[in-house]
Structures are given as structure tokens and as C-alpha cells.
Design a protein around this ligand. Structure first.
Ligand code: MN
Length: 329
């Protein structure tokens, strides 16, 4: 392993699954679980991540993660996707003192000898020291479904996503390096978590196509095209700064609900309307317009597009930089 080694797709999903479980972002977790299975994580490996999360984020978060995973697996089964179950944990045959076993694993992880003199929380509250060693570092870490590196990656991700746990995060970053997670991989964790954060609806993983949008745009379908008669589709659209639609018209109009960030709506020949969270735009039919992000902010809106004879939009030319700069400066 080299210092520059980056996270592979399987590891990237360990990061986002752990982080979204830890903070209870269940809609996004669904996406990350699907992505993780597609990236080659087995069902048992994901179960193991979700179980481990209970030690860091508590039973409620862990159980909700597991419930979400059950839902995802059922949906995939219905679509006839068959997922690899993977190997189960080998039975634990070691019958020596569990506290000592946990202590030894902790020493392996930290590369520091555990002294017999307890201090800090362990001295003040000896039960938690016992629970930590026997339960977390023996019961959980002895299970061989995940490597120490995978487990630490999950922990670092969970702690990065949570508030107010900085000392534990720093401790686990040290352990992570000891078990082979590279500096480069560690530096990728926070941005990956940021990227998987979202507002009310998931950001999705589908990029808006270049013949409809300028810049980077993510489109998440909330109501699929033609599921209903008068409604064409509902989508959550995330524009990175400066990203925007091409000029276009809607044969039956469109409603935009602004969820996050700053952006613009402009009808041809009119001044642009600045938009912020909570704004609603009712776009009349056949009016040429564009919408998109401000230069210094991402922008998220839900787009509700009406249906006319199976169509919802006619795409026209890109909004040029000159046109964009005129309204955005
Ligand atoms: Mn539109």
C-alpha cells in the first residue's frame, strides 16, 4: 500500500453508509446502500457496518439503518437483483477473559500498551471501560467479517458526520493510520460525507446531461415520468455553483420549489429573479426561461413538470456565460 492510495468504490460506500447511518439520514442511506451493494459490498459486510454503528451512534440509529437495509434488499429482490450474501463471522472459540481479549485488540489498534491504572472516564466510570473493552473491542472487533481497516474507516466516517465527538475522532484517525488507512484516504472522508449530505430529498447520483444543462447538475427522480396522467414528473435538482439549465419552455408549465441555496429564474427579455430557500416559481406554459445556481452557491429545487401529450419540456440553446454573467454579477 502506498501513501497516495485512494479509497476504492467499496471503501467509499463504507464511508457514506456509516456516516448516513450515524446521523440518521435515511433517505440518502438508501442510495448509499444500493451503491454499496453495486460496488461489491456483501450483505453480511453491510450488516456488520450497521451493527458496529450501534457502538458509536447508539441502538436507535443502528436499528433504523438495519430497517432501511431490509427495505433496500426487498426492493432489489423485487427487481430480481441478486446480491452476494458473503461470508458470515467465524464462531469465537476463545474462552479466555473477555476484558483481557478486548484490551489486547485495543493495544493492537492503538499500538500503545494499556496500563492497569485507569484514568479519566475509565477511572470515573469503570462500567463504561468494561463495556468498551468487552463489548466493543472483544464482541464486535473479534468478528472477522470486516477487517480492522474497514471497521476503523466506518468509525472515522461516523464520527466525522457527528457533532461534538472530536477527541474520539482524533483517536480513531490515529488508529486508522495504524491499521493501514492512508493519509490520502483519510483526506477523502470529509468531502465524501459533505457530498452525500442533502436537504430534504436525496441529491441522487444521476448527472444532468450536457445537452440540457451547463455545469454539474444532479437529478433525482421523485415521481417517475408518466406515472400520473396530468403530471409529467417530479424531480429534485441540485445545481453546483454556476450550473444552470439551457433555455427551455414547458408546454404545460412547471412549478419550482426552492429547497436550498441561492439561484436565479429568468424569462427571456426580463430581469432575472433571485431565488432562495422557500421561494416558489410558477412557470407559465410556452415561456422561454432558464433556472440555475448563483456563482457562489449551490442551488436545489424540486421541479414539478406538467404533462402535455407525453411531453414536459422543449430544450433550446445554452445560457451563454455572457448571459449568465449579466444577471449573476
Ligand atoms: Mn423550467
Amino acid at each position: 500500500m502506498t501513501v497516495a492510495e485512494t479509497l476504492n468504490s467499496r471503501q467509499r460506500h463504507i464511508v457514506t453508509i456509516a456516516a448516513n447511518t450515524a446521523v440518521g439520514n435515511l433517505a440518502q442511506l438508501k442510495h448509499e446502500l444500493n451503491g454499496g451493494l453495486d460496488a461489491g459490498l456483501t450483505v453480511n459486510e453491510i450488516k456488520e457496518i450497521l451493527v458496529q454503528m450501534y457502538a458509536y451512534a447508539g441502538f436507535p440509529r443502528s436499528l433504523q439503518g438495519i430497517n432501511t437495509f431490509i427495505e433496500v434488499l426487498n426492493q432489489r429482490k423485487a427487481k430480481e437483483i441478486s446480491d452476494a450474501v458473503g461470508k458470515s463471522a467465524s464462531p469465537i472459540t476463545d474462552t479466555t477473559n473477555k476484558y483481557e481479549r478486548g484490551k489486547k485488540i485495543l493495544e493492537t489498534l492503538t499500538k500503545q500498551p494499556e496500563t492497569n491504572t485507569k484514568k479519566g472516564y475509565a477511572a470515573f466510570c469503570s462500567e463504561i471501560d468494561v463495556f468498551l473493552k468487552e463489548h466493543l473491542f472483544a464482541d464486535i472487533f473479534e468478528r472477522d467479517v470486516l477487517s480492522y481497516a474497514d471497521r476503523e474507516l466506518a468509525t472515522i466516517s461516523a464520527l466525522s458526520a457527528m457533532e461534538g465527538v472530536e477527541p474520539m475522532l482524533q483517536g480513531h484517525i490515529k488508529i486508522g493510520k495504524n491499521v493501514g488507512i492512508t493519509e490520502t484516504q483519510l483526506s477523502e472522508v470529509k468531502p465524501l460525507i459533505e457530498k452525500s449530505k442533502h436537504g430534504i430529498f436525496p441529491k441522487g447520483t444521476m448527472k444532468g446531461s450536457a445537452d440540457r444543462f451547463s455545469g454539474t447538475v444532479w437529478v433525482e427522480t421523485l415521481v417517475a415520468p408518466k406515472e400520473m396522467e396530468n403530471l409529467y414528473a417530479v424531480g429534485n435538482v441540485t445545481f453546483e455553483p454556476r450550473a444552470r439549465t439551457h433555455w427551455h419552455t414547458h408546454p404545460a408549465g412547471q412549478v419550482l420549489l426552492v429547497m436550498e441555496g441561492k439561484g436565479f429564474y429568468q424569462e427571456k427579455g426580463k430581469p432575472a429573479r433571485p431565488l432562495v430557500k422557500g421561494d416558489v416559481v410558477a412557470i407559465p406554459k410556452d415561456i422561454e426561461h432558464w433556472h440555475g445556481a448563483a456563482p457562489d452557491s449551490a442551488f436545489v429545487h424540486v421541479a414539478i413538470s406538467n404533462n402535455k401529450d407525453g411531453n414536459a419540456v422543449t430544450w433550446l440553446t445554452p445560457v451563454t456565460d455572457e448571459e449568465y454573467n449579466r444577471v449573476s454579477k
